[in-house]
Design a protein around this ligand. Structure first.
Ligand code: SF4
Length: 396
């Protein structure tokens, strides 16, 4: 199994996206606390690590933690807005440290929309410079995109413009907006799309990538909105392959180990042939409407076989469909037996994530004041503090 672990190395950022699900907190990491979490992924037999944030390139020890993770045998990846990778020496330093793959996040190829989504001017040019630098120093580059109300109509234009400008891009990742956390939770009206808003443009985008021999993944989108490319659903792939994911959040949530991938299903889902391998409707945050779901009647086994036989998957396990049925049935039975009690116990055994120091608290307070002004100017709300701080939320 190719389990990938997420390590948030910082929780501050130089952009102020109105739908950020992981905004600033007072928690911080030093190299030692990050090494502890890298070691944890290694001990669990994880395939790779994704360094993320906040904006991970703002941590001065980022090259050092990348080098440590690579030396310990992990496949090292990073998710970034591209701000610092736009500086060539930094891109070289990261490649030299052992970074192998970078996900540059771009929401829209329209510079005005991109700037508005990020609350910061000039971000698209820097992201483009980051892609150029990353490709030229030998990194693999993927594009990450959060689907939201402002880009839902032109996901296909994003893909066409980006692949034309950067033919070396081979893989795209879409995450439908998570309306349950951070600023996304309190600004749902401005940013949470309806599924129908992006169905057509997402389909056109996937078709273009598929036709040009590229690959892609889509998370938090039910299979009835991507039926032709159901094998590309992150949740479906994890259900089929029995994969888990740990995220080390640099906030009060701390470590979260996710082993189940199903969310909410509508009554009609009971008739759907994809029900068993579908993650359903992302229900946390109550941002999406179950009335948008509609059963589909396509060959489930064909989707499973496409995933099992995917030559581009680094952890492909050759397995017949009959064998998969047995393995899958065992996994489902085990998951049911281990539900509730066991997962609570597991959480207690995850390592402590980061620390709050005087310095990190001062930075948090200054960032929060500055971000408060910038969100108010855009008529947006600031995030609640309940998950950001270790104790009771206050009126800060
Ligand atoms: S109808 Fe339900 S089970 Fe079927 S694809 Fe849609 S969300 Fe999934």
């Amino acid at each position: 199994m190719a389990n990938l672990g997420y390590l948030q190395v910082v929780r501050h950022c130089n952009h102020v996206c109105g739908f950020c699900s992981n905004p600033t907190t007072p928690y911080s990491h030093d190299l030692s606390s990050m090494k502890t979490l890298v070691d944890d992924f290694v001990e669990r037999g994880y395939f790779g690590i994704i360094l993320t944030g906040g904006e991970p390139t703002l941590h001065p020890e980022l090259p050092a933690v990348a080098r440590y993770a690579r030396d310990r045998g992990l496949h090292v990846r990073m998710i970034t807005n591209g701000h610092r990778l736009a500086e060539r020496p930094f891109a070289e330093a990261m490649a030299d440290a052992g970074l192998q793959l970078v996900h540059v996040s771009i929401y829209s190829v329209d510079p005005g929309i991109e700037a508005e989504l990020r609350g910061t001017e000039g971000t698209l040019d820097r992201a483009f410079a980051a892609i150029d630098n990353a490709l030229s120093v030998g990194l693999e580059v993927n594009i990450n995109c959060v689907i939201n109300r402002m880009n839902s109509s032109h996901l296909d234009r994003n893909v066409k413009v980006l692949t034309e400008r950067f033919p070396g891009l081979r893989h795209f990742v879409w995450n439908n907006l998570d309306p349950s956390m951070g600023r996304a939770e309190v600004n749902q009206e401005q940013y949470t799309p309806r599924l129908a808003d992006f169905e057509l443009s997402l389909h056109r985008a996937m078709r273009h990538l598929h036709k040009t021999g590229r690959t892609f993944r889509v998370e938090k989108v039910p299979l009835c909105y991507m039926t032709d490319f159901a094998w590309a659903s992150t949740e479906t792939r994890k259900i089929v392959k029995g994969e888990e994911r740990i995220v080390y959040f640099l906030d009060a949530k701390q470590g979260v180990r996710q082993t189940e991938w199903d969310h909410l299903y509508a009554p009609g889902c009971a008739r759907c042939t994809l029900r068993e391998i579908c993650g359903g409707l992302f229900d946390r945050g109550d941002g999406y409407d179950p009335a948008e779901l509609a059963p589909v009647f396509v060959d489930r086994d064909q989707v499973v076989e496409t995933i099992l036989n995917d030559a581009s998957d680094p952890a492909r396990e050759r397995m017949s469909l009959d064998r998969w049925r047995e393995v899958h049935a065992e996994r489902v039975a085990r998951a049911k037996a281990e539900a509730s009690e066991a997962s609570n116990d597991e959480r207690k055994h995850l390592p402590v994530v980061g620390q709050i120091t005087d310095k990190s608290m001062r930075r948090f307070e200054a960032k929060r004041r500055a971000e408060g002004k910038r969100t108010a100017e855009r008529n947006l709300q600031m995030e609640r503090l309940s998950e950001q701080l270790p104790s009771e939320p206050d009126e800060r």
